[in-house]
Structure formats: structure tokens, C-alpha cells
Design a protein. Structure first.
Length: 215
């Protein structure tokens, strides 16, 4: 028999996830989608699907992981480019990615479903919590880089600043899911204004923070 390559396995896994994704969106959620629906959509037997995913919960988690990984990678790439990058540019790029993935893959609607399922499902909740914790840790590392270069206040805990930044994207995703793609005009410009490129702003430090408190 010919050897099964890693690329073949990855492609087959992606094929199943894409089928599940379409079912979840078309059927209006996870609870209204059965494994039989996914078998039919993928065109694969139950044995072929279960070889990659033991349950529907594993598919839900895999889809959530893929989305979080892609958005976090976008933030990391932009912030590390060109003199440490700019947080505003990174977050703007992330919201643009969210827009694109929502238009073509229903990211916003599916994300809200995942959050609700994580609250409802005791088996899914700890794994989703682990993903969020890992994301916060990665964003906190990015924040520390900006603190070391003086472009974010050094006296505020990096983890607290990371929590603020991580909270922005879910809020944007929720508005996108509920209000539609044209309900948040000017978001990217606002993000650039709040966190401009280091070349276009003075570094933050304790003295400037004190001056702001006195004004």
C-alpha cells in the first residue's frame, strides 16, 4: 500500500472541519447538527471521520483553535515587524482578518456559538479556557516588548494590558455577529489612533503618566 503522507492527513482533517463548519452555520448551531449531518456533508463514512475526531466537541474545539491561532499570529507578525510594530496596526489587521473570515466562513457567528457552547458544555469549557489563557500569555509577551521600548506604560502589569487588548477582538466579533459588517465604521482608524506607530508618538513613561494625572 502507498504510504499516507502527513499532508494527506492534514488535508483530510481540514476537509472534515470545513464540512462541520458548513453544517454548524447552515443548521443554526452545534446542538441542531448531528454527526450524521457531518458524515453526509463531508461525503465520508463514520469510520473515516472518527479516525480524526472522536466527537463533535473535538470539532468545535478544533475550529475555535484554528480561528484563535490565526488572529493571534496576525497580531504577533504585525507587532514584531518594523521597529516592534504598532499595536494599533496589529489590531486593525486582526479586525480586517475577522471581517474577511466572517464574510467567507461565518467566523463571527460561529465564534458566538462557540462561546455559548463553552459555557454550556462542561467538557468543552476547560479546553477553551486553556486556549484563552495561552492567547493572553502570548499577547502579554508582545506587551512586554512594547514596554521595554517605552511605547507602553511600564508601570502597568503586562497581563492587565494584555487582558484589555484581548477583550477588544471578542467585542468586535460580537458586534459583527449581531449588527452586521457595516455597523462599525472607522474601527481600524480608531485603533491606529489609539495605538499609533512608535515613530509617530512619544514613548510613555512614569513622568508623562504623572503629568497626565495632574492635567
Amino acid at each position: 500500500m502507498p504510504k499516507v503522507t502527513e499532508q494527506y492527513l492534514a488535508d483530510r482533517r481540514r476537509h472534515i472541519l470545513d464540512a462541520a463548519h458548513r453544517c454548524f452555520l447552515r443548521n443554526g448551531g452545534f446542538q441542531t447538527t448531528s454527526m450524521q449531518d457531518i458524515f453526509a456533508e463531508s461525503g465520508l463514512s463514520s469510520g473515516a471521520v472518527y479516525r480524526y475526531f472522536a466527537s463533535k466537541d473535538e470539532m468545535i474545539l478544533a475550529i475555535a483553535e484554528d480561528n484563535i491561532r490565526e488572529v493571534t499570529a496576525m497580531i504577533r507578525t504585525v507587532t514584531h515587524a518594523h521597529n516592534g510594530g504598532a499595536l494599533g496596526a496589529a489590531l486593525a489587521a486582526a479586525t480586517t482578518l475577522v471581517d474577511t473570515k466572517t464574510e467567507h466562513q461565518g467566523l463571527a457567528q460561529l465564534s458566538v456559538q462557540v462561546w455559548a457552547e463553552a459555557l454550556r458544555n462542561p467538557h468543552l469549557r476547560p479546553q477553551y479556557r486553556r486556549m484563552l489563557t495561552q492567547t493572553r500569555t502570548e499577547i502579554a509577551d508582545i506587551v512586554r516588548d512594547h514596554q521595554h521600548t517605552g511605547h507602553l506604560p511600564p508601570h502597568v502589569p503586562a497581563t492587565a494590558l494584555a487582558d484589555v487588548l484581548v477583550s477588544i477582538l471578542p467585542g468586535y466579533i460580537l458586534q459583527l455577529a449581531l449588527l452586521g459588517p457595516h455597523a462599525q465604521p472607522g474601527i481600524t482608524d480608531a485603533l491606529h489612533a489609539l495605538w499609533p506607530h512608535p515613530d509617530n508618538t512619544k514613548p510613555h513613561n512614569k513622568q508623562t503618566a504623572t503629568d497626565l494625572q495632574r492635567s
